[in-house]
Write a protein that binds this ligand. Structure first.
Ligand code: NAD
Ligand code: MG
Length: 404
């Protein structure tokens, strides 16, 4: 068995920690080449002390001085690099075999693309990178003989339930992809109750422990919308072939429906170490540290239809697919801005949808030919969403003054 060198982009986040936990069980298989973080240098230094990677990267240069103070003495085996360019460097270094793309949001795009261009095995947790760049990332994978393995639990499930032979969905007898969704913390709430939920309520997911951004996305169900776009790119599916079903227990992680009426599902306890272990070792299977599924104890698995009225963000994603070109980039960027504004109390939960809807309606969609097209659309969408939020705040404060 040859040892593989691994870079973890976003090592200090939830997926990063789960990846380290799987890797720690298999020291003979995986060596840590680089660990990266945005600004949490304390956690990064702790990880360096424990795992001794060749490189550690802190993307936020304003924290470099504080990080240097902390790292002296104990981390001398590891070279520390600072700034966003270093992320691309450790994602594409000739010594790297596998890159875990687990940065949250658009910030992960460039290093993920760099890993694909360098022909690496890319484990894709950072769905926003694919949603934004679509054809560019897929082409980079193809042209450079890279591998793109989905870590998002639904797509990992679909990947596992698909026949492992080349060809499009039709050639492989597939009629539909069915993504399951837990429904998030507000699955049973009515529209009026959902409108003004707090950030603390929104980040409390019933089945998964995740970073704040994806937790809010799960609560609005924009996460499922992003996942529909992700599935279209990963599996070469039309939007009409990708369905969503609510499954509150998060045991069936997704399904593939075949021409003959068969439906194959992948099941497990909800634990991200399973898709991570699968991606790391594919096509082998390695121990992930997760208890096997005990269906008798679980007893019942439930399924229900998605209610688009209470969770309108999903339709925004289908609309973006129809619009094509930069629309998915616009959608993703506006969502990131709106979620941040919600988390700091500047936007109500229900208005997240309206901010994104506004950007999609008011923007001019352009074709995506080069990375610059994506970056320009991303920047324009952010400015538009920020303006919309500013005018929303003005409306909100003048309404409050009117009441007094
Ligand atoms: P998280 O917030 O816990 O961690 C994010 C990581 O990205 C951290 O290490 C952080 O330092 C780094 N980061 C953030 N901003 C950065 C920037 N500007 N530059 C460089 N690094 C930056 O998030 P998470 O829950 O681990 O999710 C990571 C990605 O995986 C997201 O795209 C999410 O949608 C996806 N994902 C997560 C889960 C899950 O269970 N957590 C499941 C499926 C998909
Ligand atoms: Mg998912």
């Amino acid at each position: 068995m040859t040892t593989k060198n691994l870079t973890i982009l976003g090592a200090t986040g939830t997926i990063g920690l789960n990846t380290l936990s799987v890797v720690a069980r298999h020291p003979e298989r995986y060596k840590l080449f680089a660990l990266t973080a945005n600004s949490n240098y304390q956690r990064l230094v702790e990880q360096v002390e424990r795992y001794r990677p060749v490189y550690a990267v802190l993307a936020d240069e304003t924290k470099a001085a504080a990080c240097r103070l902390l790292q002296t003495g104990t981390c001398y085996d590891t070279t520390f690099l600072y700034g966003t360019d270093a992320l691309e460097r450790v994602a594409s270094d000739p010594a790297v075999d596998i890159v875990m793309a687990a940065i949250v949001g658009a910030a992960g795009l460039k290093p993920t693309l760099a890993a694909a261009r360098a022909g690496r095995r890319v484990l894709l947790a950072n769905k926003e990178a694919l949603v934004m760049s679509g054809n560019l990332l897929m082409e980079a994978v193809q042209k450079n003989d890279a591998e793109l393995l989905p870590i998002d639990s639904e797509h990992n499930a679909v990947f596992q339930a698909l026949p492992q032979r080349p060809g499009g969905l039709a050639e492989r007898g597939v009629s539909r992809i069915i993504l399951t969704a837990s429904g998030g913390p507000f699955r049973t709430w009515n529209l009026a109750e959902i409108e003004n939920v707090t950030p603390a309520q929104a980040v409390k997911h019933p089945n998964w422990v995740m970073g704040k951004k994806i937790s809010v996305d799960s609560a609005t169900m924009m996460n499922k919308g992003l996942e529909v776009i992700e599935a279209c790119w990963l599996f070469g599916a039309e939007a009409s072939q990708v369905e969503i079903v609510i499954h509150p227990e998060s045991i069936v992680h997704s399904m593939v429906s075949y021409r003959d009426g068969s439906v194959l599902a992948q099941m497990s306890n909800p634990d991200m170490r399973i898709p991570i272990a699968y991606g790391l070792a594919f096509p082998e299977r390695i121990e992930a540290g997760v208890a096997t599924l005990d269906l008798a104890t679980i007893g019942k698995l439930n399924f229900e239809a998605l209610d688009n009225k209470r969770f309108p963000c999903v339709e925004l994603a289908y609309r973006a697919i129809d619009m094509g070109g930069t629309a998915a980039t616009l959608l993703n960027a506006a969502n990131e801005v709106a979620v941040e504004a919600f988390l700091i109390g500047e936007l109500s939960f229900g208005q997240i949808y309206h901010a994104i809807d506004f950007v999609l309606k008011e923007s001019v969609v352009k074709p995506v030919k080069v990375l610059q097209d994506v970056m320009v659309a991303d920047g324009e969408s952010r400015l538009m969403a920020q303006d919309w939020i500013k005018s929303y705040k003005r409306r909100r404060s003048s309404a409050a003054e009117g009441v007094m």
